[in-house]
Design a protein. Structure first.
Length: 435
């Protein structure tokens, strides 16, 4: 099958539906196009050709079987402006080398130590809640995961400094869709207010993180936070030679990547968890009972179901390094951007009965086929912090639900913002109710 035979909309239809900022409009556009053209479709904009894949076997083809035929996509290259060459953005062989260095920070025994921090911070957060007072759930969960991330990554509560990280991430999120357009590369160099704010924040972030690295290098005490583990692992990897600027730069990039993954995405998952529980009384009652009884298995199913409906990493992109023929015979030309959208893949009726419903007990039934459920990606580039994220989300949810149930404010409209991650488009107004 040649590229022209992969079905898809005309360029005119694509332009009409996607402009002016295509990335923001992908979810609705692709949902409609898959209904019309099937599970693999091609479309193009004047500056780039795309193939969208929405079938598990083909997703496996791209992420595993033929992974070396693909590199990270343009979106990932844009993220390097903030994250540098961390695990999320780097290519081989650097990715493989750094994954080996980072891995010790996420061994099971380290996760158990981090869990104690998660439990303590979640409990202190619950103590600060004012019952029956409206609050923005997303802002609150962001604040909590910010503290957990700084303590597990840096070994101390760096929340004040880390707020700069949060602000830079917010700026990046908002600018990201525009930076994927042809003018995006030029926008980052223009003296626009948003661009100036971003680069100022980036500079301050570098000062904070490099300062942390320098202090930790100067402190010989044995620590178990991720930054110390990274430095120790790199020492072993480089036979103790850790004085070069490039060494510190790589550690900086990994810390920034882990911070985004361990803070931004978990805050989103917790927010969507509270949102879904507030809208589903029966599941909410069962989750509260599970929290009080210590039934973590049910809460883990709740989290798994939240990740199915609202996967933080809602889109995964690759770029074909050469002509590729997938297992179904579809031919993808070199240079084509290929992407998968867990937000849509996870809602396919073929693999998930009643796919739009929030039903944690569906996970007691048979599992969907491999690569039909990929909230953490798949293959060699699967998220290294998946166990960390699942443990944190479950612990925080259990701690919150042990004391309160959460209700959505009447008339609140909560919509998604498909940016770098799947965030709420605005505040998520809720109340914490005793009992």
């Amino acid at each position: 099958m040649n590229a022209a035979r992969i079905p898809g909309p005309s360029r005119l239809t694509t332009l009409q539906r996607l402009l002016p900022v295509p990335f923001r409009r992908f979810p609705n556009f692709l949902a409609e196009m898959t209904q019309r053209y099937g599970d693999i479709l091609a479309f193009s904009l004047p500056w780039r050709s795309y193939v969208f894949v929405n079938e598990p076997a083909l997703v496996k083809d791209i992420l595993v079987t033929q992974q070396h035929a693909f590199s990270k996509s343009l979106g990932t290259r844009v993220l390097r402006l903030l994250l540098g060459e961390g695990l999320l953005t780097s290519e081989e062989p650097l990715h493989r080398q750094m994954r080996r260095i980072v891995q010790p920070a996420f061994h099971h025994e380290r996760i158990a130590e981090y869990a104690r921090i998660m439990e303590r911070d979640a409990a202190e957060f619950v103590e600060r809640i004012t019952p029956d007072e409206p609050f923005d759930a997303h802002a609150a969960m962001t604040e909590l995961t910010l503290r957990i991330a700084t303590e597990t990554l840096f070994g101390s509560d760096e929340s004040e400094s880390a707020r700069l990280v949060r602000e830079a991430l917010r700026l990046m999120m908002n600018e990201f869709p525009k930076m994927l357009t042809p003018a995006g590369a030029f926008v980052t160099r223009l003296p626009l207010p948003s661009t100036r704010r971003f680069w100022r924040a980036r500079t301050m972030l570098d000062e904070i993180v490099y300062g942390l690295i320098a202090r930790r290098r100067a402190d010989p005490r044995d620590r178990t936070d991720a930054l110390s583990m990274l430095l120790a692992a790199q020492d072993a990897e480089t036979n103790g030679v850790t004085t070069s600027a490039s060494s510190d730069e790589q550690i900086r990039d990994e810390i920034m990547t882990l911070f985004m993954a361990g803070h931004e995405t978990t805050a989103n998952t917790l927010t969507w968890s509270l949102f879904l529980l507030a809208q589903n009384d029966e599941v909410g009652r069962r989750a509260a009972l599970a929290a009080r009884d210590g039934d973590r298995e049910y809460l883990e199913r709740v989290v798994k179901e939240v990740l199915r409906l609202y996967p933080p990493a809602w889109i995964i992109g690759r770029e074909a390094l050469r002509d590729v023929t997938l297992s179904d015979g579809s031919h993808i030309p070199s240079g084509t951007t290929v992407f998968m959208v867990p937000l849509l893949l996870h809602r396919k009726p073929k693999y998930f009965r009643n796919p739009d419903a929030f039903e944690p007990d569906r996970w007691l039934e048979s599992e969907p086929p491999p690569f039909a459920y990929i909230p953490f990606g798949g293959g060699a580039r699967r998220c290294i912090g998946d166990e960390f994220a699942l443990r944190e989300t479950t612990i925080v949810l259990e701690t919150l639900l042990r004391s309160y149930r959460f209700t959505l404010e009447p008339g609140a409209r909560v919509e998604t913002a498909p940016l770098v991650t799947l965030r709420p488009a605005g505040p998520v107004p809720m109340r914490a109710i005793i009992g």
